[in-house]
Write a protein that binds this ligand. Structure first.
Ligand code: 13P
Ligand code: SF4
Length: 303
């Protein structure tokens, strides 16, 4: 074990910290994390953590979500530079305008938004449950933001009118995976099953046999009888898949890299633990409203 890894492990034990990591994190971060998951799993996990210190290896909105769900704990993110550009596409002021423009239309926000915008949502979803939640809302017209590709996927799955806010919000990593790139991988690996994230465009999603969140794709690969998979999402997920399923082969889209996710490394993780930086703070009123909306969303899924 490298010196840095040893020091992280030692400090983590000494301070009673828990390291959470998203599926797109660098291999060395995944290896040292206590728990790895998709946005939904990380939310569920954060809420249940009893230790006082959570170090979140992911992007800004994910760490915010952990603080909202477990406000009594100290939540750290190792660098303030790990920002999800898509989450910034629907700030609170813009959401207020859409609400005025479409009075009475329920607002469903993707977890990839900031807490102050989430405080104005009727429901909060992740890629793992978006279609399920929207199908249960008592309205055929829904405002959905900020990912227009996920909104389109939800519309396809539910048959509802899903209005994307803003009209062309997207994740640049998934938006720029061109269908031709996937087509070439399919031609090179005709025996592979194709899995894609719903943040991909409709044209790219159409090439997939299975569409799901990062952890849903992981589970699908475990359950499938296929031995080879083309994984159409951010490349980091393939590391976890290959590690957990060494007898199967996973082919990534080499160009699909979320540079923000990769801004967390062993050095800034160690510094974060040493200096207890950077603490995530959410105003208590905002946090309470978001928590209530998450509870309301959960109850809808239990019906
Ligand atoms: P998942 O919730 O599927 O892990 O997705 C998070 C994300 O940011 C996808 O780009
Ligand atoms: Fe945001 Fe896209 Fe990176 Fe996911 S992959 S964190 S949506 S920029």
């Amino acid at each position: 074990m490298s010196d840095v890894k040893d020091r992280i492990t030692e400090l983590k034990e000494k301070k009673g910290a828990v390291i959470l990591a998203h599926n797109y994190q660098l291999p060395e971060i995944q290896d040292i994390a206590d728990f790895i998951g998709d946005s939904l799993e990380l939310s569920v996990k954060s809420e249940k953590i009893e230790k006082d210190l959570i170090v979140f290896c992911g992007v800004d909105f994910m760490a915010e979500q952990a603080k909202v769900l477990n406000p009594g704990k100290k939540v750290l993110i190792p660098t303030k530079a790990a920002l999800c550009p898509m989450a910034a596409l629907l700030p609170r002021w813009l959401l207020e305008r859409y609400r005025e423009q479409y009075p009475g239309v329920p607002v469903v926000l993707y977890v990839n938004t900031h807490a102050d915008a989430k405080a104005l949502a009727d429901y909060i979803v992740t890629s793992a449950n978006a279609a399920d939640v929207v199908s249960r809302i008592d309205s055929d017209r829904i405002l959905f933001g900020p990912d227009a590709n996920l909104a389109d996927y939800v519309a396809e799955k539910t048959g509802k009118e899903v209005i994307p806010i803003p009209p062309s919000g997207h994740c640049a990593v998934h938006q720029t995976i061109a269908p031709i790139e996937v087509q070439e991988l399919i031609e090179a690996h005709p025996d592979a099953e194709v899995m894609a994230h719903p943040e991909c465009t409709r044209e790219t999603r159409k090439l997939a046999h299975y569409v799901g969140s990062t952890s849903q794709m992981l589970r699908h690969a475990k359950e499938s009888s296929s031995k080879k998979f083309i994984v159409v999402t951010e490349k980091g997920l393939v590391y976890r898949m290959q590690k957990e399923m060494p007898d199967k082969t996973f082919i990534p889209v080499e160009t699909a890299i979320c540079t923000n996710m990769k801004k967390i490394n062993l050095d800034n993780l160690l510094k974060s633990l040493q200096e207890e930086i950077y603490e995530v703070e959410i105003g208590p009123d905002i946090a309470e409203r978001v928590r209530q909306t998450l509870i309301k969303t959960r109850k809808l899924l239990e019906k």
